[in-house]
Design a protein around this ligand. Structure first.
Ligand code: C2E
Ligand code: CA
Ligand code: CA
Length: 253
């Protein structure tokens, strides 16, 4: 069981690091970006998965510190290898964070320092988290969009949101949840859900990404239904900073 004190200690002792999972174009396999994923190397428990500590951080007010830590880790790395390029960096944010003007200014300043343009950043907010307080989300997301940052709705299909409220939020990407994508090869229901979400995106002029692509058949299916981007173990697992930079040098999957 992770405690807030463990997380605090982990932050002090630099036990957190980032991995980067490549994201490619479904059309031609070209690298389009990376998703940064937090990792915790705990001295007693070994590698602790994010699902075991993000919730605790959210409930104890430590999520802001973890988000800032992720910015520290990923912006420098990304600026160094991909600054001023068409490649984008996706970062997960929690709606429980204090997402105020200070948060947005902080990102803008970090972009300048690291040689990035705000348009290279995609912030992923889960469907459930965005809908917890849609009015506050709308305000924050609109201000982020006005700075040129991109917003993605993560784990789409897992909540039971009002579609009308959802489509009013200024997202520029829909991310189909991996539970549907991982089962698409064997389940016609899953394929229908994936196709419906991609179709919704297209009709709203929003690009779609499928996460959890674990085989070539699924990648082909995604291409056939017009999904824009893909991410998953079949393409690449989350990689260390060094390996991700190296992976990018091959350019296409
Ligand atoms: P997510 O944002 O939905 O991230 C995708 C998760 O799916 C990652 O798990 C990734 O390793 C995994 N994944 C990617 N491709 C495949 C695949 O083909 N098959 C399977 N089975 N899994 C795949 P991970 O890294 O354990 O992260 C879990 C969740 O923790 C993330 O889900 C995200 O919600 C959260 N998280 C991770 N890093 C951060 C962070 O820095 N901040 C916040 N707020 N949340 C984070
Ligand atoms: Ca995500
Ligand atoms: Ca997801």
């Amino acid at each position: 069981m992770v405690t807030p004190a463990d997380i605090r200690k982990g932050l002090e002792d630099d036990q957190f690091y980032a991995q980067y999972q490549p994201k490619i174009s479904c059309v031609n396999g070209a690298l389009v970006g990376f998703e940064a994923l937090m990792r915790w190397n705990h001295p007693d428990h070994g590698l602790v998965p994010p699902d075991s500590f993000i919730g605790c951080a959210e409930n104890s007010g430590l999520i802001d510190d973890l988000t800032q830590k992720m910015f520290d880790l990923s912006f420098d790395w990304f600026g160094q290898h991909f600054g001023q390029s068409p490649i984008r960096l996706s970062i997960n944010i929690s709606a429980r964070s204090r997402l105020d003007d200070g948060f947005i200014d902080n990102i803008s300043q970090r972009c300048k320092r690291c040689g990035l343009t705000p348009g290279q950043l995609i912030f992923e907010l889960t469907e459930t988290s965005a809908m917890e307080d849609p009015v506050a989300s709308l305000d924050l997301l609109t201000r982020m969009r006005m700075k040129g940052m991109h917003l993605s709705i993560d784990d789409l299909g897992t909540g039971f949101s009002s579609l009308l409220q959802l489509v009013r939020l200024p997202f520029s990407e829909l991310k189909v949840d991996k539970s549907f994508v991982m089962t698409a090869a064997n389940s016609s229901e899953s394929r229908q859900v994936v196709q419906a979400i991609v179709g919704l995106g297209r009709s709203l002029g929003i690009q779609s990404t499928a996460e959890g692509v674990e085989d070539e058949d699924t990648l082909r299916f995604l291409r056939d239904i017009g999904c824009n981007f893909a991410q998953g173990f079949h393409i690449a697992r989350p990689l260390s900073a060094e390996d991700a930079a190296q992976w990018s040098s091959k350019g296409v999957y």
